[in-house]
Design a protein around this ligand. Structure first.
Ligand code: M6R
Length: 611
């Protein structure tokens, strides 16, 4: 997730200052590198580099640039490590076009090869650079910038919000949007475009939220929009609305806290992750590494990422028959002793900087183990120190509680396991395609879960706010999800919560259960598992527990529970996607009902960089 901004005036002014201010407003969307491009008297000037915005301002002096039209970008790396060269804007060979982009171009590799064949010279490792060379290529053919821009956009597969300026047409910003956000701020004698409303609010409160497939250009006095899907012009003035949010409210998308914004961003985060997986060159390498391991795979993480590790272990042995040993990263000493050359360690960390995981990676590497990292932050320490790195595309997560990173981690891991199953012949080619097309339903599955749990979560939070202890129970693939639910309510609502495989109740924990003791069941859509959970629900009810169940549509467990959330379950590998959002909402509303700030739970940091 990156932040982009564009400003278009009719005469030169201190544009660098305005772009820099806009980028600061967008910094929460990504922050490993940044840059601007401005046009001043028909000349294109670019300043960009790796680092935090404020440091770059000191080094490059964004604010000293003047011009009438300009674009800016703050980057959250996806393709290509954070570096000066990979920072946006990107320019064409002749240096007349400059582009900023937020999203992923899935077919960049094939486009790049074709453009190199036509003599284009690429400077970066990014997917974005193909866009600007495509425009250059089509401009040679047509001599018309807008036509060339549209032709280039038609070639792109993937997600994008794109802004382009050119010294050939000084007072225009060309734009295109699909699956990545882009808004226009309608000014008086100028226009602004940005990824998000906070960057617009310093200029105007009149905003048009652009729709997918819309392309066009803004001048200081007008905005031309057409729908690329239908080829018809769009009357954008019909879409203007007045924004009443403050900048602070706007950066949380109008939500009161980042956590709830991030919970509702999950469908989009899953969409981006799927796009990334489909174009990943590392995924086949990761599949091969696992298959070629001595049959011994370890999988590790801390906190929520450990729950993803546990999910991996259960799903791997269930689908592929390959046993994976999950361990909590800080326990690496206990597991590394038995590790040997040829084994594989899957190291999961959304931040890529958790010290316990780094230590585990180093120790296992010393023993000749191949390390496969799963992270949300490109080029962070853990991917850097690993042999292969796979990335989720959740965008930055600001709330301390992990939400969208957990869903995207488990989706990526499910995809990886399906790949291993195909490689080893457990799944035929067509069965593999069937499974991945079910996994592609993840964004909608998460959306349905959110829609169906919001009301009950709010309602239940009223009584949960006064509880001091809870259980979260499940079996099989639901166990890591139950653990995640318990961790959420513990860390943000400060309620003691224990999660364990439901079969363990009789071996001790049920002794605590008395009237109105809250027990949350996570029931995956596997019929044998549902049957087993049935007995566990009954034993809890018999002791007066108040039961809540997250169950699959049409589950036979429905009638047994005091409160039910029915979710959509196209495949058991999607259990974290379908069953976690209700638990996140339950924790969130319980915290806010108690007057707590879920973004900043006490005693916790977002990234634990000490052992
Ligand atoms: O960045 P990581 O995924 O390595 O972080 C690991 C844990 O610190 C993290 O998941 C923590 O448990 C979350 N705050 C849970 O919501």
């Amino acid at each position: 997730m990156c932040g982009i901004i564009g400003l278009c005036y009719s005469s030169p002014r201190e544009l660098g200052k305005l772009l820099y201010k806009g980028l600061l407003r967008l910094e929460y969307r990504g922050y490993d590198s940044a840059g601007i491009a401005v046009i001043c008297e028909r000349k294109l000037h670019v300043a960009k580099g790796k680092g935090m915005l404020r440091d770059l301002e000191e080094k490059l002096g964004f604010t000293k640039y003047t011009g009438s039209t300009g674009i800016g970008h703050t980057r959250w790396a996806t393709h290509g490590a954070p570096s000066n060269i990979n920072a946006h804007p990107h320019t064409d060979c002749s240096g007349v076009f400059a582009v900023v982009h937020n999203g992923i171009i899935e077919n960049y590799d094939e486009l790049k090869k074709r453009l190199i064949g036509r003599g284009h010279v690429f400077k970066s490792d990014t997917d974005t650079e193909v866009i600007v060379h495509l425009v250059e290529e089509y401009y040679r053919d047509t001599g018309d910038v807008y036509e060339a821009f549209k032709r280039a956009i038609r070639e792109l597969r993937g997600t994008y919000a794109i802004l382009m300026i050119t010294s050939l047409e000084e007072n225009k910003i060309f734009f295109a949007k699909k699956d990545s956000p882009l808004v226009v701020g309608v000014g008086d004698g100028y226009n602004v475009l940005a990824s998000d409303i906070p960057a617009i609010l310093d200029h105007t409160r009149r905003v048009v939220v652009l729709r997918d497939h819309w392309v066009g250009y803004a001048t200081p006095s007008s905005v031309y929009v057409e729908d690329l899907a239908t080829g018809k012009p769009v009357d954008y003035s019909a879409y203007i609305r007045l924004v009443e949010w403050s900048v602070e409210e706007a950066s949380k998308g109008g939500y009161p806290f980042y956590m709830i914004k991030e919970i509702y961003e999950q469908p989009q985060a899953l969409k981006s992750t799927i796009a990334g997986l489909k174009s990943s060159k590392e995924l086949p390498l990761a599949v091969k590494a696992i298959v070629e391991a001595n049959g011994r795979v370890f999988v590790t993480g801390a906190g929520t990422s450990y729950h993803a590790a546990e999910f991996y272990a259960i799903a791997s042995s269930t689908l592929t028959g390959i046993l994976a040993v999950p361990f909590i990263a800080s326990e690496y000493e206990a597991y590394s002793e038995s590790a040997r050359e040829g084994d594989v360690l899957v190291a999961i960390s959304q931040s890529g900087e958790t010290m316990d995981v780094i230590k585990a990676v180093r120790k296992f590497k010393e023993r000749g183990v191949r390390v496969l990292a799963v992270s949300n932050v490109v080029d962070s320490a853990i991917p850097r120190e690993s042999h292969i790195a796979l990335y989720t595309r959740a965008g930055p997560e600001i709330g301390v509680a992990a939400t969208k990173t957990f869903l995207t981690q488990t989706l990526l891991l499910a995809w990886l396991i399906a790949g291993v199953a195909e490689y080893t012949g457990v799944l035929s080619r067509s069965e593999y395609s069937e499974v991945t097309s079910l996994l592609e339903r993840a964004p909608r599955v998460a959306e349905i879960s959110l829609e169906r749990s919001e009301e009950l979560a709010r309602e239940l939070s009223k009584s949960y706010a006064s509880k001091s202890s809870m259980y979260y129970l499940s079996r099989h693939i639901g166990v890591p999800v139950a653990r995640e639910g318990a961790l959420k309510i513990k860390e943000i609502a400060y309620i003691h919560a224990e999660a364990y495989p439901a079969g363990e109740s009789k071996h001790g924990p049920i002794a605590l259960v008395e009237s109105k003791f809250p027990v949350v069941f996570v029931a995956p859509g596997i019929s044998l598992v549902e049957q087993a959970i049935k007995g566990n629900i009954e034993e809890m009810r018999a002791r007066g527990a108040e039961t809540v169940g997250v169950v699959c549509e049409g589950s036979p467990l429905k009638g047994l529970l005091d409160h039910v959330i029915e979710v959509s379950c196209p495949h058991w590998l999607l259990t974290p996607i379908s069953h976690t959002p209700p638990l996140q909402l339950l924790a969130y509303y319980t915290a806010t009902t108690k007057g707590l700030n879920p973004d900043r739970p006490r005693n916790l940091a977002k990234t634990v960089t000490v052992e």
